[in-house]
Write a protein that binds this ligand. Sequence first.
Ligand code: HEC
Ligand code: HEC
Ligand code: HEC
Ligand code: HEC
Ligand code: HEC
Ligand code: HEC
Ligand code: HEC
Length: 267
Amino acid sequence: MHCQTNKVNEIERFAGFHRNKIILAVVLFVSLGLFASCRDVDVEALKKVLESHKMEGAKYVGSSTCAACHEKEMKEFKKSTHERISIPMEGVKVEGCEMCHGPGSLHAGSGGGKGNKIINPSRDPATCFACHMEKKAQFNLPYHHPVEEGHMSCTDCHDPHGLNAKPWSATSMQDVNEPCFRCHKQQRGPFAIEHLALREGCTSCHQVHGSINDKMLVARDANLCMRCHSDTYLIGDHASRLRQGTCFSGECHVAVHGSNFDKHLRY
Ligand code: HEC
Ligand code: HEC
Ligand code: HEC
Ligand code: HEC
Ligand code: HEC
Ligand code: HEC
Ligand code: HEC
């Protein structure tokens, strides 16, 4: 099959601006199977994961075997993006439940059970990284959520089985940011004066996998705000103020997440 990897990169670069439209396109592409089989899998990384879980000799048996005992996960999984992915690897196709949980013959053959020859990526994101290599690099940036440190998991923000693998695929502000509010209650408000930026999602200002900027910000200076407020230079004496510090420093708009007191978000 002709490989479409470039297309994927292009889409990813664009995605920051047209997230919803692009994701829809990506989902369509995936469901057509156009590039699913071309994604790079780090086969060596995958092998290391299997070894570390002492799963030598385990074989891929297919999701239908899992369905017998895990009806709930099976049902949810039918709606997920991952359900449509299949990756050819050394004579087998890595797909379904086993793409994240590893080959399941030994687990299934011995009646299943917790900790019984099966990977649970909740405690070890390594299987996710085998396919999402660029995410590993993001989590290695100086400011990141402590997933690799073992303090939290990909599944604190992503539902691995269900439809909501994308935390941004929601219709209201509460829904978009809900996974974040579970741990960051201060930013939930409610605020008498909202900053409407939050309706576009926390990710309009934060790179939550990781960033080179403190607080995982997209940018550490006025550029963070200028992406939406490019006309602000024209108002009052903003040009001279910006020489003294950035928009959200000092006496300026420090209440970036919303305020109960000031409509200009100064406190
Ligand atoms: C995209 C990766 C991925 C795929 C595909 C996947 N899972 Fe999971 N699964 C996970 C993760 C991550 C967890 C840990 C969930 C958590 O942290 O709550 C998990 C947890 C589980 C658990 C343990 C649940 C618990 O409450 O302890 C079972 C059982 C399970 N998965 C079965 C399945 C079955 C059956 C399939 C196929 C229908 C499947 N999984 C497909 C990633 C995946
Ligand atoms: C014969 C029944 C049976 C089959 C077949 C089976 N499992 Fe399980 N599995 C269990 C039981 C029982 C548990 C423990 C209870 C639970 O977590 O739901 C379990 C637990 C799990 C867990 C959680 C392990 C942990 O340490 O947290 C995962 C993940 C899992 N199974 C995935 C799979 C996958 C993937 C398949 C198909 C390759 C599969 N199971 C096939 C019975 C089975
Ligand atoms: C065997 C390869 C493979 C594994 C393992 C895997 N993924 Fe994926 N994942 C993909 C592919 C392919 C796509 C679709 C293309 C894309 O968006 O990158 C995808 C898409 C996604 C998306 C985009 C959201 C969506 O629904 O479209 C998220 C989030 C995601 N994966 C998270 C995870 C997490 C978390 C794990 C580990 C629990 C994981 N993936 C494991 C291959 C994999
Ligand atoms: C703190 C919450 C959080 C954690 C933890 C997290 N993610 Fe994400 N992830 C997000 C958000 C939010 C987005 C959407 C990004 C955006 O809109 O800019 C996303 C997007 C994605 C995407 C699809 C879009 C893309 O950028 O390619 C993948 C794949 C993904 N995450 C994988 C993972 C994996 C793998 C892990 C664990 C190693 C993980 N995520 C941990 C919040 C999280
Ligand atoms: C499971 C809990 C959890 C979830 C869910 C979560 N975070 Fe976090 N967040 C943390 C932890 C833990 C830290 C690290 C705190 C530290 O190092 O002091 C953190 C740090 C941060 C920081 C940097 C704070 C600082 O003081 O440096 C930002 C910004 C942030 N998270 C935003 C988000 C966003 C946006 C989301 C939703 C996409 C999210 N978080 C989801 C637990 C979570
Ligand atoms: C308009 C941009 C913007 C949006 C949208 C945004 N933040 Fe922030 N956030 C910031 C800035 C700027 C800082 C750093 C403030 C500083 O360093 O003085 C910050 C800091 C944080 C911190 C560190 C603690 C603090 O208050 O300084 C957390 C946690 C956080 N944000 C979480 C979130 C969550 C959760 C969301 C979504 C509900 C969100 N942010 C949306 C701009 C934003
Ligand atoms: C994703 C787009 C977006 C980003 C990024 C953003 N804002 Fe906003 N902001 C808005 C929208 C929308 C409004 C409400 C409409 C308006 O007044 O322009 C608003 C309103 C405001 C207001 C109140 C308007 C007033 O008259 O005073 C202030 C102050 C503000 N933003 C400051 C900031 C600061 C500081 C940053 C950077 C940390 C920032 N914004 C980043 C979208 C954004």
